[in-house]
Design a protein around this ligand. Sequence first.
Ligand SMILES: [Zn+2]
Length: 294
Amino acid sequence: MQQQDAFAAAIRKEDGISFVGDPYVKGFRNRIDSNIIHLYFDDGDSGGSVWMHLICGESSALLIDTGYGIGNLQAVIRQLTDLPVTVFNTHWHGDHTGGNAQFDIVYMHEYDVSYWKNAPMAPDSRLLPQALPYRKEDLVSLAESKVCTVSDGCTLDLGGRTETVIHTPGHSAGNCMVLDDKIGILFSGDAILSTPTLVIDGFPGGEHPDLLTVKAMEHSLQTHQDILNTAQWLCPSHGRLMLPAGYITAMQQCTQAILQDPDAFEIYDYIPAMPGHIRCVQDAMVVYTANRVR
Ligand SMILES: [Zn+2]
């Protein structure tokens, strides 16, 4: 996990776009397609730094995730584009949905809504950055967030580019990735990252608990193989961006290896509150607990 800390230190030194209305976020234009802007919320070396991604088409834009809900994300988006913006959450966890209330409607997979509604909303119990100091008045209330549901295969035409929702449960029941067809970036959320994919306990319950497993993840990667084969790069929600597409195959192999022999693991203790088992195949890493295999 030293790799993750090194990445956090490196990106802190990089020049990016700063935002007049929000001191917490730094923007980086994608080097292949400048109409994609990656928005970084820096939580120091805590491991909790998170990316949001803005994809601009010819007629509208898509914002993937809303971070922790600290600062004025609306001001960030308005500085970048005048296009109407649709917001989509890759999953319900508080580091991806905290700023939802700043937008009229946010889309989320139908299976994650019950978990999101059960999550603690009070400032002293919701998921917040561990390392970053922030002004209490910049914390966005969760109370008025509205969600609409989507399901696997939904598409959004942004004008000149189409985004497709790919349901890949495991990290959460309604966890989704989003594939951009123009340059083949898979916005992989917390499902496939340069850091471990977490398939562990520690969150409130909800519907479809059978999908909170390595088995569900393996099955979804297999059933979506054709569309996933069209991805060229991965831009996850944490850690390094523009990962090669080989991460997808490695993740398939990693989940299969866990199912074949769940006891062949090493101990993972990077997050002391969430100890687990780690399994690595090439660049793919999954952290899991015995009750979340099948
Ligand atoms: Zn996350």
